[in-house]
Design a protein around this ligand. Structure first.
Ligand code: FES
Ligand code: FE
Length: 418
């Protein structure tokens, strides 16, 4: 009997050397990709958009994740809701643009019309016995924390509260609800989504690949890391004391392998991720008056990392498209009243991450090309500097195994019955 993709994936994970990279099929095969979309991406909280992108009732954004498409709307009561972007008539996509503003969502096929609460409010020529109540849009779970919108496709999603509770205090001082997106960069990278995250989770490559970024940040993002230089340790201590006095959270969050936040100062004398280290935007975020708040490094697996500073924030969202294609969206946010050309210059605002993203893209795509070849074998992560990557892959492998286990059982029973 042909081994099913479930058995094969399970067996690859079971035989995996702990803390080594994954077998080739995890990076290139459609069957494995489909399985992980179904078992893994469908159950985790995914960073989708920012609240400031849908600040007014009727504003909406569309987010595509694998084969799924979601519309996130600001309802009339000001709440954020999300729906599958699939018409309840015959399944057409409803919203085709990336974003819009409307009092109702109208399917382009036969004009079934939905309210911002997802209810079907009009459907022409469906007869007298047709009940609109039964054909509302299918909701997607939404979690909102400090200006970030997360979605979860599960019908019984994991509790969002721990993430909100732990992470929101770091974000609130930056007033991201009252920000605006100054610039969006969409990169479609020819690499598996896990390679994009694996690359992000280590700074082993930083010294060789990111000359601009390394002027600003340290390659070690744990203030307790013994390899941090004494001068930087001293700076962390001094800035930490300042932030304590201001009531600004900075210590490393612990307690979850899925998300974490920490506020770290930049290299001495620098306050923002710009080429000269000076703020990119003269109007600070929220009601902040001190430009030197370092950056909140917010990680939310499986698809986001972020740098939130006093003058601007940079958000990163990773969305799988296919086994070897991934959309990486970077957004630069400034205060909503900041004016381009007056308070900030787009070139200055974006230059560090535009060049870092281009460098990372090359690394991930090159990694993908090498993995495609017959010589690829999984290799070991450095215990000294690739801990973040190791943890991510370990988490992914454990989650996949846990999701596959009940299916193996069903498969076995099916086989025995046949
Ligand atoms: Fe949407 Fe027919 S498929 S109205
Ligand atoms: Fe990098």
């Amino acid at each position: 009997m042909k081994e099913s993709i479930i058995d094969r994936t399970w067996s690859m994970l079971r035989k995996r050397k702990p803390d080594w990279s994954l077998d080739q099929p995890f990076y290139v095969e459609q069957d494995v990709f489909d399985l992980e979309m179904k078992l893994f991406f469908s159950k985790h909280w995914l960073f989708a958009a920012m609240t400031c992108e849908i600040s007014e009732p009727g504003d909406w954004v569309r987010v595509d994740i694998g084969r799924e498409s979601v519309v996130i709307v600001r309802k009339k009561d000001g709440e954020v809701a999300a729906y599958h972007n699939t018409c309840r008539h015959r399944g057409s996509r409803i919203c085709q643009e990336e974003r819009g503003h409307a009092g109702r969502l109208v399917c382009p096929y036969h004009q079934w019309t939905y309210g911002l609460d997802g209810q079907l409010i009009a459907a022409r020529l469906m007869g007298d016995d047709f009940s609109k109540d039964e054909f509302g849009l299918i909701p997607v779970a939404v979690g909102v924390a400090g200006g970030y919108i997360f979605v979860n496709f599960s019908s019984s999603p994991a509790d969002f509260e721990p993430l909100k509770r732990d992470v929101e205090p770091y974000l609130l001082p930056h007033g991201l609800d009252d920000a605006k997106v100054a610039y969006t960069q969409n990169l479609v990278e020819d690499a598996n989504w896990k390679l994009v995250i694996e690359n992000n989770r280590e700074c082993y490559h930083c010294v060789g690949a990111h000359p601009e970024l390394m002027h600003i940040i340290t390659e070690f993002d744990d203030p307790n890391d013994p390899r941090i230089k004494p001068e930087y340790k001293e700076l962390v201590k001094r800035k930490g004391a300042d932030w304590d006095r201001l009531g600004i959270p900075h210590a490393h969050t612990h307690g979850s392998e899925v998300y974490r936040a920490v506020r770290l100062p930049f290299a001495s004398g620098r306050v923002s991720m710009t080429a000269d280290g000076r703020p990119a935007c003269t109007k600070l975020l929220g009601n902040l008056t001190d430009p030197d708040l370092g950056s909140v490094r917010l990680l939310s697996l499986p698809n986001s990392w972020n740098h939130i500073q006093a003058d601007h924030a940079v958000t990163f969202r990773v969305l799988p498209i296919s086994p070897e294609k991934t959309l990486v969206t970077t957004k630069w946010l400034v205060h909503k009243d900041a004016q381009e050309g007056v308070d900030y210059d787009l070139e200055r605002l974006t230059e560090i991450w535009a060049s870092t993203n281009a460098q990372d893209r090359k690394l991930a795509e090159n990694n993908q090309l090498g993995i495609r070849g017959s010589a690829y074998r999984p290799g070991p992560y450095s215990g000294l500097i690739e801990g973040g990557t190791r943890d991510f892959v370990r988490w992914y492998a454990n989650e996949m195994q846990a999701a596959l286990a009940p299916l193996l059982q069903i498969n076995a029973e099916h086989g025995a019955a046949a």
